[in-house]
Design a protein around this ligand. Structure first.
Ligand code: NAG
Ligand code: NAG
Ligand code: NAG
Ligand code: NAG
Ligand code: NAG
Ligand code: NAG
Length: 399
């Protein structure tokens, strides 16, 4: 007992000493090696550690274990390496405008709240502890990173990775992103895999070759997928989008699964996707709160459950099989409320345009009406207006 007791006291003192370390408060910004030596003995820095316009190639923080604040290193074109072998914890790691930086080595770093790295064009080598935790926010742009993975984080505020020309993989087990997921990273062969992501606020994804967001259930604001190279967009469990859904200029996209999507609270845009000629994959979509725009080599459109479009409708097909009258008459005119319709196809006698604000219709239908005219073939004007009036009054009761 005696021995254990004293051993215990010894441990207590030892630990106290370890955790206090040599503390340094609010250091002034550091610009060269001689200023750096003034903090070399610090084990703990309280406040932000700012290193800027640094004139030497190497920053070595040999004793530093913890920063109760941010580490900001910026505007240092000479800097090649940053090493902090004992550093375990800091708030934000902000690196910007470091055009010669090629190595960041923090092999014991476990707790970091935010990574913000911008304009580090030759950075290709990052060494962190393999179990980095607590990251909430990640912004990485203009680097030469080739891969990004391994962060054990369930909830992120933002994941913004853009303009990293060599980045080929992004993997994470993140489950929720409360701000934006932005991947606009133009190595043309980027594979993005976030299979556990269930809920996200805003999504914008460009230049991606393979996409796995298969766990996604809800998008609270908008999603835009532009200029990607993936063939498959499989979002079988996505039920609602709080803003706009925009799928544009994806040259190889042919397989879309959105079979459970019921509502789009903004607009819906499906534009110029080379391999999409049949837009019939929105089998449960009932409501579009904004406008609907669909264009490209369209053969056929169908929205079997669509009951309400609050904005305007704009359709343009370059496929000669496409028939404006059919889709407008059988489906879209029935769902439209308030907006106008234009539809253009190869066959001009088939084209269609409505212009909103026709007073007669408005009077009859309490602002549910709009002008309707056919671009050519004026003799169909009357039947189409009648058709629209009928659908509008059916709807006024129905919703
Ligand atoms: C999205 O909205 C739902 C319902 O308001 C909320 O429970 C969820 O946390 C939100 N998700 C994100 C990622 O903000
Ligand atoms: C990446 O995208 C940016 C902006 O979109 C563009 O200026 C740049 O030329 C692109 N780089 C490559 C390699 O495609
Ligand atoms: C997405 O990733 C998960 C987990 O790795 C995997 O089980 C699933 O098959 C992938 N889905 C697609 C469509 O690749
Ligand atoms: C979609 O949800 C169902 C039911 O919760 C689940 O069984 C299935 O694995 C989910 N699909 C994906 C790709 O996560
Ligand atoms: C769609 O493609 C056509 C023809 O290539 C082009 O004129 C038009 O600007 C494109 N629209 C969008 C929104 O990209
Ligand atoms: C609706 O049509 C009428 C008659 O052609 C025209 O005078 C009016 O300006 C149109 N309204 C709008 C908003 O285009």
């Amino acid at each position: 007992m005696f021995v254990l007791y004293w051993f215990g006291i010894f441990l207590l003192f030892f630990n106290l000493d370890q955790s206090l370390g040599i503390g340094c408060d609010k250091p002034t910004p550091i610009e060269d090696n001689s200023q750096l030596s003034s903090i070399q003995s610090c084990q703990i820095v309280n406040g932000d550690l700012v290193i800027q316009k640094f004139k030497d190639p190497l920053i070595e923080l040999t004793n530093l274990e913890k920063i109760n604040g941010n580490l900001i290193i910026k505007e240092s074109a000479e800097l090649v390496r940053v090493e902090a072998p004992k550093l375990t914890s800091l708030n934000e790691l902000k690196l910007s405008q470091l055009t010669s930086l090629s190595l960041v080595s923090f092999p014991n770093l476990r707790n970091v709240n935010s990574l913000n790295w911008q304009v580090i064009p030759i950075l290709s080598n990052i060494r962190f502890s393999s179990d980095v935790k607590d990251i909430e926010n990640i912004v990485i742009s203009d680097t030469s990173l080739t891969g990004f993975s391994g962060f054990q984080t369930k909830v992120l505020r933002n994941l913004d990775i853009n303009n990293n020309r060599f980045l080929e993989t992004i993997n994470s087990n993140v489950e929720s992103i409360t701000g934006k997921l932005k991947i606009v990273s133009n190595a043309s062969n980027l594979k993005l895999s976030l299979p556990d992501l269930k809920s996200v606020d805003t999504v914008s994804i460009n230049d991606v070759e393979e996409l796995n967001l298969s766990g996604l259930k809800e998008i609270n604001s908008s999603i835009s997928l532009i200029n990607n190279h993936f063939q498959k967009l499989l979002l079988e469990n996505l039920t609602s989008i709080g803003g706009t859904l925009s799928i544009s200029d994806n040259t190889r996209l042919s397989d879309i699964d959105l079979k459970n999507l019921k509502e789009v609270r903004g607009g819906l845009m499906i534009i110029n996707n080379t391999d999409i000629s049949q837009v019939d994959f929105l089998k449960k979509l009932r409501v579009i709160d904004g406008g609907l725009e669909v264009s490209g080599n369209l053969e056929y459109l169908d929205f079997p459950e669509l009951k309400l479009i609050k904005g305007s409708v704009k359709i343009k097909s370059t496929n000669k099989k496409f028939n404006c009258n059919k889709i407008i008459r059988e489906k879209l005119s029935l769902a439209l409320r308030g907006g106008k319709i234009t539809c253009e196809s190869i066959d001009p006698s088939n084209n269609y345009r409505s212009i909103d604000g026709l007073n007669d219709l408005e009077d009859v239908n309490n602002n549910f009406g709009y002008n309707a005219t056919q671009i050519s073939n004026g003799n169909r004007l009357t039947p189409i207006i009648m058709q629209l009036m009928r659908s509008v009054s059916t709807f006024a009761g129905g919703l």
